[in-house]
Design a protein around this ligand. Structure first.
Ligand SMILES: NC(=O)c1ccc[n+]([C@@H]2O[C@H](COP(=O)([O-])OP(=O)(O)OC[C@H]3O[C@@H](n4cnc5c(N)ncnc54)[C@H](O)[C@@H]3O)[C@@H](O)[C@H]2O)c1
Length: 277
């Protein structure tokens, strides 16, 4: 008798799955939401900036004729987190996928890029409240629902290469983003390292409930940095360039899908090889 072989293309499908993407109105979030929707999931793009989440929904509808949903979400407000999760479950009956993806650059870009020596602790706390506390609240609220479902669920959390390696401080000389001198602030590294820790913790905590928790770690994505930065950064990357936003999506779809059914607690690094040398 021949052994049966699983239909692996079906394993990559997200048909009949319900997903929430936080930061769904952001530069990467719109690609993440579109990618999940194109693979069959019903997607809620949730964001502090509702107009941007609505723009994501409109772009997906226009390009692919797929209906998706936008919701206002403030990760620093536990009631708002509860409301988005409850509304999603009420409307669609379940939640299979959480992409915990939102992050904050605080209310002041200038202060966000300040030096270690002068860094404003209000800004530090503002960032941590979103990147760490908010991510925990969102995972906890959604995880409770996933634990009550026979099929469990998949949580994917976005970190950054600067959560797993230090920035090369030499690449910031003359580097700008939207006309502002940039660097990678310590609070960003610290908050993203926490994401990796939270993923590992929750992956063992909820494993018995069939809830998988993984991290995706993007490298630098080309999105309006000046030429100096693009060149200095690209020079350090084995593949020799920054990433395009859409290149982050495949890893998310994979980890969200049943093709990754035996993967939990891991970190999929999408950095053109930067962290390899
Ligand atoms: N773009 C890159 O080069 C890059 C590299 C590595 C990691 N990342 C990570 O990828 C993720 C997406 O990044 P991006 O480039 O799309 O950033 P982005 O700033 O464009 O998007 C982040 C989104 O989070 C939302 N947000 C901020 N505070 C919030 C809150 N309190 N409640 C709900 N939503 C809130 C913002 O409104 C925004 O739409 C982030 O976690 C980021 O740290 C990005």
């Amino acid at each position: 008798m021949t052994q049966s072989i699983r239909d692996m293309s079906a394993c990559f499908s997200l048909k009949d799955k319900v997903a929430i993407v936080t930061g769904g109105g952001g530069i990467l979030g719109r690609h993440f939401a579109a990618g999940l929707a194109q693979h069959g999931a019903t997607v809620v793009a949730a964001d502090l900036n509702l107009a941007n989440a609505e723009a994501t929904v409109a772009a997906i509808e226009e390009s692919f004729q797929i209906k998706t949903y936008a919701m206002a979400l403030d990760l620093t407000n536990e009631d708002s987190v509860k409301e988005v999760v409850a509304k999603t479950r009420e409307k669609f009956g379940k939640i299979d996928i959480l992409h915990n993806n939102a992050a904050s650059k605080s209310s002041s870009l200038v202060k966000f890029f300040d030096t270690v020596e002068e860094f404003d602790m209000e800004i530090w706390q503002e960032v941590m409240r979103v990147n760490v506390d908010g991510m925990f609240l969102m995972a906890r609220q959604t995880g409770k629902i996933m634990c009550s479902q026979t099929a469990g669920g998949s949580i994917i959390q976005t970190a950054s290469i600067y959560g797993i390696m230090a920035p090369d401080q030499r690449i910031y000389q003359g580097s700008e983003y939207m006309g502002i001198p940039i660097n990678t602030p310590a609070v960003y590294s610290v908050s993203k390292a926490a994401v990796v820790g939270l993923t590992k913790y929750l992956s063992t905590y909820w494993a018995k409930n069939k809830v998988r928790v993984n991290t995706i770690t993007p490298g630098g994505v080309s999105s309006g940095q000046n030429g100096v930065f693009q060149d200095l950064y690209s020079n350090r990357v084995p593949l020799g360039r920054m990433a395009e936003a859409h290149e982050m999506v495949g890893a998310l779809v994979f980890l969200a899908s049943d093709a990754a059914s035996y993967i939990t607690g891991q970190n999929l690094v999408i950095d053109g090889g930067l962290s390899v040398w």
